[in-house]
Design a protein around this ligand. Structure first.
Ligand SMILES: Cc1cc2nc3c(=O)[nH]c(=O)nc-3n(C[C@H](O)[C@H](O)[C@H](O)COP(=O)(O)O)c2cc1C
Ligand code: SF4
Ligand code: SF4
Length: 318
């Protein structure tokens, strides 16, 4: 069959899985007619295929906003079959279901979804730290999972899916995700004094939300949470600061306090909504202010991942 491939990869894991799947498809006698990185601009037209496979990493139990935005604007022609594959550290949450839903919404007939496990690039969690041995084991299992995925594609059989309860819990996490990434997380990133002002983070950010001032990076809104900047800085100078979060929570609570005093009379639902908005606005303002003034401070404190090993594919492995 003729296959088209769409993928996005923050730190290289999904790109690796995509490459290995292409090798498997080709070995099984299928023809891959195009490979399109969702970070790039759309071509005028995509060649005709029998099946399109989408590969997306999982961030916060969902799929990156970049993937969602691109699928929504994909120029699709004719009847198409699709399969949605996720690449996750532990579990896909609602990522697979949501991806399949997006594709159906664009007129695709979605046959299978699939998940491949790869090393976890979310470094704030200690669980992300693994040994080289464990890493190799994960790659070997991933190859088996890719084989399973390709044979399920050929049989048009759905692969294994997470339980409904897992999907439900993950969906609760997913909706605050967009707010969190766009308006909070990226403002808590900092570069430490180890920064050598090389500009790699600015050049490589898939959302172009990093801009440098006096050679050092500053983060703006619109991050997709891929951690590429963190994981690929050549001197591991990028970290997340607890001070940024604390500033956000502090201003959020102040907003909540004032609104509670002045809007207590507004009745339950309206008052509740205004309080949430006040908290989120304060949270955003706190982290934004932190991002604006941090570079002027001579201290490096409250670093969340200090000294933590970077887990990503080396150039040879890619
Ligand atoms: C911000 C962030 C959030 C993540 N959240 C999850 C998650 O909820 N579940 C999970 O299994 N893996 C999670 N991961 C791990 C990634 O899904 C996994 O490492 C994946 O292989 C990354 O692919 P990439 O290198 O192509 O970006 C997260 C990673 C990042 C950076
Ligand atoms: S990639 Fe690292 S060293 Fe280079 S400018 Fe960014 S923070 Fe500084
Ligand atoms: S700021 Fe960093 S984490 Fe956010 S999209 Fe850019 S490279 Fe990815």
């Amino acid at each position: 069959m003729k296959v088209g491939i769409f993928y996005f990869s923050g730190c290289g894991n999904t790109a690796w899985v995509t490459q290995k799947t292409i090798e498997r498809l080709t070995d099984s006698g299928h023809e891959v007619v195009f490979l399109y990185n969702l970070e790039k601009d759309f071509p005028a037209e995509f060649p005709k295929t029998d099946l399109d496979i989408f590969f997306s990493p999982i961030y916060y139990a969902g799929i990156p906003s970049l993937v969602v935005d691109k699928i929504k604007r994909l120029p699709i022609t004719g009847d198409k079959k699709a399969s949605f594959w996720t690449v996750a550290g532990q579990f896909s949450g609602i990522g697979r279901t949501f991806g399949a839903f997006l594709l159906k919404d664009r007129g695709y007939e979605v046959h299978t979804t699939h998940m491949i496990r790869m090393p976890d690039t979310y470094l704030p969690l200690k669980i992300s730290q693994i040994t080289e041995e464990q890493k190799k084991e994960i790659y070997q299992k991933a190859i088996e999972e890719i084989k399973e995925g390709v044979s399920a594609l050929e049989k048009e059989e759905p692969c294994r899916v997470e339980s409904k309860i897992t999907a439900f819990i993950a969906s609760l996490l997913y909706f605050p995700y967009l707010y969190y990434l766009r308006y909070v997380l990226s403002y808590c990133f900092i570069s430490t004094n180890a920064c050598i002002k090389c500009g790699k983070c600015e050049r490589d950010c898939p959302c172009q939300v990093i801009h440098r001032k006096n050679g050092r990076p500053q983060w703006y809104k619109g991050c997709t949470g891929c951690f590429r900047c963190v994981n690929t800085c050549p001197v591991s100078a990028i970290d997340i600061s607890w001070i940024g979060f604390s500033a956000g929570i502090f201003l959020g609570l102040i907003g909540l306090f004032f609104v509670s005093i002045y809007c207590g009379f507004l009745g339950s639902i309206l008052g509740f909504l205004i309080k949430i908005i006040a908290f989120l606005f304060g949270f955003w303002l706190g982290t934004l202010s932190f991002q604006k003034i941090y570079q002027k401070l001579p201290v490096e404190k409250g670093l969340l991942m200090k000294g933590r090993k970077r887990v990503f594919l080396s150039d040879e492995e890619k």
